[in-house]
Ligand binder design. Structure first.
Ligand SMILES: *Cc1c(COP(=O)(O)O)cnc(C)c1O
Length: 360
């Protein structure tokens, strides 16, 4: 006898669900599949967690995470009212949808990019408009404007994932929706050759119509902690605060987050190392006949003219080297390729060793 199907909301029943990259739990993998930082977080972070753990865990955290807001505000040269912390920047994306988008309303995002925007939109019952990027991953500005008229949120990862290219600030300013908000997802902003920190927020045109999101998962080496934040005009933040869970960030991550942001030198040294290794990765791939998109992030998007990406992915995996094999179906001709996170020099050496063993 088959049991009746669960009484899900139709939007949930239809949902495929977002599929994150694999997280093998045993040692020994060269893990280049989810853009984690190969270097540890600042020792000051670990010390802050220890102190916070010995402190007041019986009490709820500060609902607004005000110490953390002050630390993040200093980075962006804004008042703390411009900051909203979240359980990873993914939670900020969820809060944005719940704050600005009613079921049936439209959101948009470039394609291919971070497919989680689409999943979160579907959960909210939004209509999702994929804006196809050009073959060279640049933005088709002329054709986009008309599609933004009834758009509530336009999500733009900058640098983009999986391609790693950075859209020019001037272009992005043209993309603020008439009746909505431009969300600049700067998860990889610290890896740019010229790191940016919310320059666009100070532009008069865009004030009040733009949210920048940041994460501590990548450049600050804290993916295991779950902490990110949004930066926006206080009028926008006020609405988002109404929607968030009361205690969406816990005492330990907030304390760790303050220590991480205050040790900016640690983060910048690791980001500089990663940029140096990125060059080696790009050159090594090019030498082996791969095409590589110029990257401003801690990963590269690479394709081979022979199209054998899945075979390489699987062969690498047998050697315990994990990269991300990605396929994007679209109205446009589909694209597939490998996204490879920039690890340490040693990890990149092992990647090439395994790749050479795979044969072409
Ligand atoms: C990794 C990533 C995030 C978010 O990460 P959190 O760990 O939730 O802070 C957001 N956007 C993009 C494009 C990412 O790649």
């Amino acid at each position: 006898m088959s049991s009746p199907s669960p009484p899900f909301r139709p939007d949930v029943a239809r949902l495929a669900g977002y599929l994150p990259g694999e997280q093998p739990q045993e040692e020994g993998w060269v893990k280049l599949n989810t853009n984690e930082n190969p270097y540890p977080p600042s020792p000051k972070v670990v010390e802050a967690i220890r102190q916070a753990a010995e402190g007041r865990l019986n009490l709820y955290p500060d609902p607004l995470g005000r110490d953390f807001c002050r630390a993040a505000a200093r980075l962006f040269d804004v008042d703390p009212e411009w900051i909203i912390p979240g359980n990873g920047s993914d939670e900020i994306l969820t809060i944005l949808l719940r704050t600005f988008v009613d079921p049936g309303q439209k959101i948009a995002y470039p394609y291919p990019s971070y497919v989680l925007y689409e999943t979160l939109g579907e959960i909210q019952g939004a209509a999702v408009d994929r804006i196809a990027l050009r073959d060279d991953w640049s933005w088709p500005l002329e054709s986009t404007r008309g599609r933004l008229a009834d758009c509530r949120l336009l999500f733009v990862p900058n640098p983009n994932s999986p391609s790693g290219n950075r859209f020019p600030d001037g272009d992005l300013l043209q993309l603020v929706p008439d009746e909505g908000v431009l969300v600049l997802d700067e998860a990889y902003g610290d890896f740019c050759d010229e790191p940016h920190s919310g320059d666009l927020l100070s532009s008069q045109e865009a004030a009040g119509r733009m949210v920048v999101t940041r994460t501590l998962s990548k450049s600050y080496s804290l993916a295991g902690l779950r902490l990110g934040f949004g930066v926006a005009h206080p009028d926008l933040v006020a609405g988002m605060r109404k929607v968030k869970d009361s205690y969406n960030c816990d005492t330990l991550s907030l304390a760790a987050g303050v220590a991480a942001l205050e040790d900016g030198d640690w983060m910048r040294e690791n980001a500089a190392r990663i940029r140096r290794t990125r060059l080696r990765l790009v050159e090594g791939l090019a030498t082996r006949g791969f095409d590589v998109v110029p990257s401003q992030a801690n990963f590269v998007w690479t394709t081979h003219p022979d199209g054998e990406h899945l075979r390489r992915f699987e062969a690498l995996k047998k050697e315990r080297v994990l990269v991300r094999y990605m396929v994007f179906d679209a109205e446009e001709p589909g694209r597939e390729g490998l996204r490879v996170t920039v690890g340490t020099d040693e990890q990149v050496d092992r990647f090439f060793e395994a790749l050479d063993g795979v044969g072409s």
